[in-house]
Design a protein around this ligand. Structure first.
Ligand SMILES: Cc1cc2nc3c(=O)[nH]c(=O)nc-3n(C[C@H](O)[C@H](O)[C@H](O)COP(=O)(O)OP(=O)(O)OC[C@H]3O[C@@H](n4cnc5c(N)ncnc54)[C@H](O)[C@@H]3O)c2cc1C
Length: 404
């Protein structure tokens, strides 16, 4: 009998990790990617302990840690006075996880290492330059149409996973609402070779700089050459055009406001993102299921979007495996949808909106109160640990696992 076949739209990190976990169960997987290569634009890097546990389950964690940077701490700063407000230490999670730290590994590295591993599975077909254009289904299976290098392709499988990102064609084909809102400003991401740990003495690999005028999220990644890069994320002004935001004046002056250098910053990459807070009304319609950004998007403060997507991928593969091996009927996919939707709304959406508001707070008294609250949490070991359980998505993962 032919193995169960799952078609996945999108070879971002969520599609690739889903494909690998399914292949490891022995299922046939067809992975369709619109682009000709893995997208290596600077996006996610921060990978939390709960997600590291999942990356370990698919056998990639050692390489993932090796290609990134281990970040034990994260800090909040008052940007206008360049002073540290508070530091949080993942070491307090030592009894809760084998990975009491964050790993900063760029998301394209995870996708690439997953694609490499997929090459050893005979039942896996990875097709680049193949854009999914539609998805339909009947009682026996689901069908995906795609534009491949030689024109129209039709792929038929038992299940289809839409891991095709925030503008998901699969989600639109299913006519699923993407509920939420879009922030008026964009986020500007600047990558520089300057070393902020030296410039801003005392900062660590992950830093959140609060500023009523212009907050900054500052973190370090290894870079493809392993030499280290710093990424600085800024909100743009609503009235600023994309060209202005990406221009020299904007980029250099923004970095100078983080730390004034007596020369120009060496900027090696600039990119601009629209920022949404949206969650799909359901993550499942029949045999077609959504995971990752196709199901939910959020602002990047706190580094939770991809983490949540990997949590989807693993829960979805476990769910499909139970259905395929007849340990459960396909209504278990409704539980997948309920669990992952709840988890994203209550944890990821809630935290990322609060994180952004904390950084941009304008009212001096409210700003001070937010700093005081963070300090009080950090000083109390029990609250410090509870805070980390939440920021690292361990609490939401456990809550979701206990939900029917
Ligand atoms: C600046 C920034 C920083 C971020 N930092 C973090 C962080 O530190 N931690 C974190 O957890 N998250 C972070 N995120 C969020 C993270 O980048 C996303 O959540 C993540 O990319 C989602 O992965 P995905 O595989 O679901 O979607 P994507 O990465 O968007 O991948 C979707 C894939 O599908 C392909 N595709 C699209 N349409 C089709 C189609 N019709 N047919 C076939 N293929 C298609 C695309 O080409 C792409 O390869 C950040 C985001 C931004 C913008």
């Amino acid at each position: 009998m032919a193995p169960t076949c799952i078609i996945i739209a999108g070879a971002g990190p969520v599609g690739v990790v889903s494909a690998l976990a399914l292949a490891q169960h022995g299922y046939a997987v067809t992975l369709l990617e619109a682009d000709s290569v893995i997208d290596d634009n600077p996006r996610a890097a921060t990978t939390h302990p709960s997600t590291l546990e999942m990356i370990a389950r698919v056998g990639l964690v050692d390489q993932f840690i090796k290609e990134g940077l281990v970040a034990r701490y994260f800090q909040f700063w008052d940007k206008p006075s360049r002073t540290k407000v508070v530091e949080f230490d993942h070491e307090l999670l030592r009894d809760e996880t084998p990975y009491p730290f964050v790993v900063q590994t760029e998301q394209h590295k995870l996708a690439r290492m997953g694609i490499e591993r997929l090459k050893s599975f005979a039942h896996v077909d990875v097709r680049f330059s193949t854009r999914v254009t539609g998805a339909t289904q009947d009682t026996d299976g689901a069908t995906v149409s795609a534009n491949g290098p030689n024109g129209l392709e039709i792929h038929r499988g038992d299940w289809v996973i839409g891991a095709d990102g925030g503008r998901s064609t699969v989600r639109k084909a299913l006519e699923i609402e993407f509920e939420g809102f879009t922030w008026p400003e964009n986020f500007l991401v600047l990558t520089t070779t300057e070393d902020f740990q030296q410039l801003l003495g005392g900062c660590c690999y992950r830093n959140y700089l609060a500023d009523p005028d212009e907050w900054t999220n500052l973190f370090k990644v290894a870079g493809d050459d392993g030499k280290g890069r710093w990424r600085a994320v800024f909100p743009t002004k609503v009235e600023e055009s994309d060209e202005q935001a990406l221009g020299d004046e904007s980029t250099y002056s923004r970095l100078q406001r983080v730390y004034p250098l007596n020369r120009k910053y060496n900027v090696v990459h600039r990119n601009l993102y629209k920022v949404h807070q949206r969650v799909a009304a359901t993550f499942r319609k029949g045999r077609v299921i959504l995971a990752g950004d196709s199901a939910h998007v959020n602002n990047s403060v706190g580094g939770l979007g991809l983490n949540s997507g990997i949590h989807d991928a693993m829960e979805l593969v476990d769910t499909l495996h139970q259905i395929i091996t007849k340990q459960a009927d396909d209504s278990l996919l409704d539980r997948y949808s309920r669990r992952r939707r709840m988890s994203n709304i209550e944890s990821v959406q809630e935290q990322t909106i609060a994180n952004k508001k904390r950084l941009e707070e304008r009212d001096p008294a409210a700003r001070q109160a937010k700093f005081d609250e963070l300090r009080a949490i950090a000083e109390d070991p029990k609250r410090h640990k509870e805070f980390l359980l939440r920021t690292s998505l361990i609490a939401s993962m456990r809550k979701a696992q206990s939900m029917d």
